[in-house]
Write a protein that binds this ligand. Structure first.
Ligand SMILES: [Zn+2]
Length: 109
């Protein structure tokens, strides 16, 4: 399960950074092309944080839309999901954003 492995890697990074401090919230940016279901990721996050310093932490997820550039017609293409097709019918799309997956901030005390 895609979301579970993402949750595991996020939580292990967060707990490492937090040390002995308590984690209250974590903010993530996950590009629309990562095909992550936010509700599913939230569920996995809750499961994985159980018995860690991040137990009960709030998870904020921002999902910026994908943007690509068509190599055939030169158009910039909005990519709402991982299916890379231009309006001209071409699938030769250079992805410019939407695949980011990063922890942007975390609140600890
Ligand atoms: Zn095109």
């Amino acid at each position: 399960m895609h979301e579970l492995s993402i949750a595991r890697s996020v939580v292990s990074t967060v707990c490492e950074r937090a040390g002995d401090r308590r984690v209250h919230s974590v903010s993530l940016i996950i590009g629309a092309l990562c095909a992550v279901v936010p509700e599913s990721l939230r569920f996995c996050f809750d499961v994985v944080t159980a018995d860690t310093v991040a137990e009960g932490a709030r998870l904020d997820i921002e999902t910026p839309p994908g943007v690509g550039h068509c190599r055939d017609c030169g158009a910039d293409v909005a990519l709402p999901d991982p299916i890379l097709v231009c309006a001209c019918g071409s699938t030769d799309i250079e992805v410019r954003s939407g695949r980011e997956l990063q922890i942007v901030s975390m609140e600890v005390s």
